[in-house]
Design a protein around this ligand. Structure first.
Ligand code: AP5
Ligand code: MG
Length: 218
């Protein structure tokens, strides 16, 4: 299965992708994580990505698509994966369809995690992420057992530099203008699964897994 996770900044794409990926045995392919990994390694791609991420803007479609293509060329993605943060423009959505069509595959479902704008801002302002395995925590709703340490791998937790108020506002604007049009793109193809993301993490996972398993069985 090829599944796309859609949602505004802070909607829970990373949180839910980690759970769904484990439950459905699908590799988790996160464009933002790939960018941050490249930045950590100080590669040319990472430094380029930083200039966009710092401003809350999207990186160029061509570069993002190439990065994703390289990732899904790995054998672990041969029969499916879970895309988190990609596609987020119509150009990227069409490019993904083209890439998968060449392999005789297609996007099976696009999950839209819908969360109110006020809640998105609240979630991002309290988020801490593991530097090693990227697991997200929240000071109020999902704190780690030990302050500053990841429960899963013991890695150090940090706050993303694009989670400041000004950049979050810009990311929200970009989401509404450039990513929301994709919802219609998938809706018209009968692939969009709307999920209410305002509930707790476990409830949202349940809803997503139920919708995806229903789709898988079709
Ligand atoms: P990216 O890393 O994809 O960031 P984003 O889309 O802004 O989304 P986030 O990762 O901030 O949020 P999330 O939905 O994953 O939420 P999370 O699960 O962490 O992209 C960053 C940048 O990279 C972009 O701005 C752009 O520059 C570039 N980029 C990436 N992809 C690109 C592309 N395709 N094209 C061009 N440029 C690209 O949860 C958030 C918080 O909420 C956590 O603290 C979590 O614990 C908490 N939480 C989650 N769910 C719940 C819940 N149900 N109830 C309560 N709390 C919850
Ligand atoms: Mg994320």
């Amino acid at each position: 299965m090829y599944v796309v996770m859609l949602g505004g900044p802070g909607a829970g794409k990373g949180t839910q992708s980690a759970i769904v990926s484990q439950e459905m045995n699908l590799p988790h392919v996160a464009s933002g994580d790939l960018f941050r990994q490249a930045l950590e390694q100080q590669t040319e791609l990472g430094l380029l990505a930083k200039s966009y991420m710092d401003k809350g803007e999207l990186g160029p479609d061509e570069i993002v698509t190439k990065m994703i293509l390289e990732r899904i060329d790995s054998p672990d993605c041969a029969s499916g994966c879970l895309f988190d943060g990609f596609p987020r423009t119509l150009v990227q959505a069409e490019a993904l369809d083209g890439i998968l069509a060449e392999r005789g595959e297609a996007v099976d479902a696009a999950v839209y995690i819908k969360v109110s704008e006020a809640e998105l801002v609240k979630r991002l302002s309290g988020r801490w992420i593991c530097r090693q395995c990227q697991t997200p925590y929240h000071v109020a709703t999902s704190p780690p057992a030990m302050v500053g340490k990841c429960d899963k791998c013991g890695g150090q937790l940090y706050q993303r530099s694009d989670d400041n108020e000004e950049t979050v506002r810009k990311r929200l604007k970009v989401f509404f203008s450039q990513t929301v049009p994709i919802l219609d793109y998938y809706r018209k193809q009968g692939k969009l699964l709307d999920v209410s993301g305002n509930l707790g993490i476990a409830e949202v996972s349940k809803e997503i897994l139920c919708a995806l398993r229903g789709r898988e069985a079709q």
